[in-house]
Design a protein. Structure first.
Length: 372
């Protein structure tokens, strides 16, 4: 064998359908997902230098900038670039420079527990409180982080990874927290509570997460949640009575009318939609040139995939917040692209800058909002 492939790594996911010489035919491992989805991540070890081919057809498996590649066992990642990709066959080539090299490849740039730990290790003592929200079904500690006092006049709940593989959303969540911690005076009257990995097991196990059976974490809000993380989030929200509940997602893999923009998912009732539009306007003003937002990209409720049919299995967090919390918080769902933001290449640094803009927009939003 000139190449060995395996997925025994954090967030690993691959099915090797066949392998011959320097060509591997691969597929994402769907596990308990009820529909086709696109998440994969694997390690390749090369015994000879040369060109290797990885083919996923007929699965859509190539992001807008090609796969992400890591030469340092997942610590840092780069987009391989579209020159290495053939979108017609959902394949990419990799030129291995020397015998004995190891590379990790992923459909997106991952954000896992180790990334979160690197971030939280950099936080100055006293700037934030790290705690355990609950235990996952597989007994992993589910991380949460808070900034400020719970009795502060303005309270924000932040989450990502209701869908396990939506990694760019967590870079944005990290950027939000960085902005708040670096400007404590601007946020002195705020309490921030963040859960970076709602589907904790799915993130670390490398599950698709999306459309998990019988329903995924983003369809679990209501009177009888089946996931311990969702139950713990509902308890926190009822206890803390947050004013703003911001749930970060990533869209589908590439292309289409909405998958390469930052866009808000339209909601109901009308007051909640008005608030969402106001937040979107503020974000457009705050967003930096390397992570712009255009309100025209938002997806109104009742259009595209954002219809009642998409929510028959259950409610996502923001919809639940907008309709089931008696103190009328503002629930907002937003989609952060994986690799392209319109014509820009989107990388973790862009997503972090976008998160910073979200924090500034949230501050203005809650400061100007009349008591409800
Ligand atoms: Zn999602």
């Amino acid at each position: 064998m000139t190449m060995t492939i395996d997925d025994a790594l954090p967030g690993g996911n691959i099915i090797v359908q066949s392998q011959s010489g320097r060509v591997a035919i691969l597929a994402p491992d769907l596990r308990d997902t009820s529909s086709k989805w696109f998440y994969w991540k694997f390690r390749a070890r090369f015994s000879e230098p040369g060109r290797y081919v990885f083919r996923f057809a007929p699965w859509p498996a190539m992001g807008a900038r090609g796969p992400a590649v890591s030469a340092d066992q997942g610590r840092t990642w780069q987009w391989l670039g579209t020159d290495a990709v053939d979108f017609a066959t959902e394949s990419f080539t990799y030129d291995c420079p020397a015998a004995g090299e190891e590379r990790w490849f992923c459909v997106c740039i991952p954000y896992l527990q180790t990334d979160w730990e690197r971030f939280t290790a950099s936080i100055p003592t006293g700037a934030a409180t790290m705690a355990e929200l609950c235990r996952s079904r597989q007994n992993r500690p589910v991380e949460c982080l808070s900034i400020g006092h719970p009795d502060a006049t303005r309270r924000i709940f932040l989450s990502s990874r209701h869908h396990a593989q939506e990694s760019m959303a967590t870079f944005t969540l990290e950027g939000f927290l960085r902005e708040v911690m670096e400007h404590p005076d601007d946020f002195a009257d705020f309490f921030i509570f963040a859960v970076p990995f709602i589907d904790k097991d799915g993130v670390e196990n490398g599950d698709q997460g999306k459309n998990r059976q019988p329903h995924d974490h983003a369809r679990d809000y209501g009177s009888k949640p089946i996931y311990p993380e969702v139950k713990a989030v509902i308890d926190q929200i009822n206890q803390r009575r947050f004013d703003l509940i911001l749930d970060l997602h990533c869209p589908w893999l590439r292309g289409g009318p909405t998958n390469e923009t930052v866009f808000f998912v339209g909601t109901y009732p009308p007051e909640a939609q008005q608030g969402l539009e106001e937040f979107s306007r503020l974000l457009a003003e705050e967003a930096p040139p390397d992570a712009p937002h255009f309100p025209a990209d938002n997806l109104p409720y009742g259009t595209g995939w954002n219809t009642a049919e998409n929510y028959t299995q259950g409610m996502p967090l923001p919809f639940w917040a907008n309709n089931c919390c008696d103190w009328k918080p503002q629930g907002i769902s937003v989609e952060i692209p994986f690799a392209n933001l319109r014509e820009l290449t989107f990388r973790p640094a862009n997503a972090i800058n976008l998160g910073r803009a979200f924090a500034r927009a949230a501050r203005r939003f809650l400061r100007q909002q009349r008591p409800r």
